[in-house]
Ligand binder design. Structure first.
Ligand SMILES: Cc1cc2nc3c(=O)[nH]c(=O)nc-3n(C[C@H](O)[C@H](O)[C@H](O)COP(=O)(O)OP(=O)(O)OC[C@H]3O[C@@H](n4cnc5c(N)ncnc54)[C@H](O)[C@@H]3O)c2cc1C
Length: 416
């Protein structure tokens, strides 16, 4: 006989969306259990945060711990293409809110969030893997395997799926839907960068910003350079899967070659030590048929994931946790809620904003805007707001009608 337990809310996954959701629910005295299949710390990709997610961390009462943890300060994004340099200072933005944030190694960062949620009273069960769900009952039932490989079940009022790339509910409930974005692949590693102050000054390199490099010969291929506070950087290259076919199979050898192809990055890495683990991840853009029903909702990457270029993933994950817990608390109090209107629609405002600029990045329109030399300061602040993660502020015209505004702006910027 399989043991059956009960709680009000089960959260699948203890990544950023799971921890933020759990901490907010705890503030409302909602009983919840987080089921996490790994042990923490564990590696995860997605190391550059946006200032807007600091606002979500404040709501979850997790901000102070993050602020004190000694992570690499971040105040903007720098872009380089064929010798051209431009940057966005996130403190110079249209929308109110935090203008700075951090770059973090996700293993310790996700552990910090989970530990802080636990300190607030959240129950997290590590090495508990969700293997099946039945949502056709009024109260859904999850099948779980615990750390001793023992199966058990939990009945809940509601399931929040924060399983990220695990995509538990989309897989189990046949909710997967193709992403509108073409498949891309990322190859990445951490390096001990050995970038001295002299070298940084010589090359006009600002450690307080993420740097996005466009490949000198392929406008749709780009690199991220994300510095950490421990003398290391995360470096990655994003391209179509076929692009990598002409590079060595060994990731470190390929990454050394690729970083040397970009002259500025090559110089910056002249003393870098490629001595850490590497990886590739592909086919990460994903979507779902719907984001929520009356007894479950998908958060963060378990819902839709677009593309890494503007570091929007963790911000969207935390925002989804904020929006979903707001609706869920009202539902648990007996209020009538409409998950489509109250959760999916507001969440998609920000996701669709990012989508417009991601598409514009790869088709070249947004690159024209980013590298435009005579940018209007008022427009730059509005774009800076979006790059800082304030993609839900519909008072910003570049959020309210992103496609139209971007196309018009790109045309103006391409007139020499
Ligand atoms: C190449 C690349 C670069 C990126 N760079 C950035 C960046 O710079 N900045 C940024 O903000 N975002 C970035 N992202 C996106 C970022 O990785 C994600 O958006 C973010 O981690 C999503 O958080 P989450 O809480 O939804 O899921 P996750 O962080 O993936 O957490 C999900 C958790 O669920 C657990 N889980 C999975 N299956 C189960 C199961 N069956 N049972 C129990 N637990 C389970 C997992 O172990 C995991 O701990 C990048 C993505 C890619 C692909």
């Amino acid at each position: 006989m399989i043991e059956k337990q009960r709680t009000s809310v089960v959260i699948i996954g203890a990544g950023p969306s799971g921890s933020v959701a759990a901490a907010i629910l705890k503030q409302h005295d909602v009983d919840c259990i987080v089921l996490e299949r790994s042990t923490f710390p564990r590696f995860s990709i997605g190391e550059s945060l946006l200032p807007a997610c600091m606002e979500s961390l404040k709501k979850a009462k997790l901000f102070d711990a993050v602020n004190k943890a000694g992570y690499q300060f971040k105040n903007g994004a720098a872009f380089r293409r064929n010798g051209k340099y431009t940057h966005f200072d996130f403190t110079q933005k249209y929308t109110e809110g935090e203008g700075t944030t951090f770059q973090v190694q996700r293993g310790p960062f996700d552990k910090l969030l989970a530990d802080e949620a636990q300190k607030q009273g959240v129950e997290i069960r590590y090495q508990h893997t969700v293997t099946a769900v039945d949502v056709n009952l009024e109260k859904p039932i999850l099948s779980v395997i615990d750390e001793q490989q023992q199966p058990y079940q939990i009945e809940a009022d509601f399931i929040l799926d924060a399983s990220g790339y695990g995509r538990v509910l989309p897989r189990l409930l046949d909710l997967e839907s193709p992403s509108g974005l073409p498949p891309r692949k990322a190859m990445f590693t951490h390096v001990t960068d050995n970038i001295t102050e002299n070298l940084a000054t010589e090359l006009n390199y600002d450690r307080n910003k993420i740097t996005i490099y466009v490949h000198p010969k392929h406008a749709d291929v780009w690199y991220w350079l994300i510095p950490f506070s421990n003398g290391r950087c995360s470096v990655g290259v994003v391209a179509t899967p076929e692009f990598f076919d002409s590079y060595p199979q060994d990731e470190i050898t390929a990454l050394k070659q690729l970083t040397q192809e970009e002259p500025h990055l090559g110089q910056l890495f002249r003393d870098a030590d490629f001595c850490h683990a590497s990886g590739t991840i592909g086919g990460y853009s994903a979507n779902v048929k719907h984001l929520a029903a009356n007894n479950y909702a998908m958060l963060g990457n378990a819902g839709e994931f677009l593309d890494p270029v503007f570091s929007s993933g963790v911000t969207i994950a935390m925002k989804s946790a904020e929006l979903a817990t707001d609706v869920l608390v009202r539902q648990l109090k007996g209020e009538a809620v409409d998950w489509q209107q109250d959760y999916a629609k507001p969440l998609m405002v920000g996701v669709n904003t990012f989508r417009a600029y991601v598409e514009g990045w790869y088709d070249g329109r947004f690159q024209n805007v980013v590298f435009f030399e005579n940018a209007n300061p008022d427009i730059k602040k509005k774009i800076s707001s979006i790059l800082a993660g304030y993609a839900w502020d519909t008072n910003n015209p570049y959020v309210a009608s992103p496609q139209k505004r971007l196309s018009t702006l790109a045309e103006i910027c391409s007139i020499k």
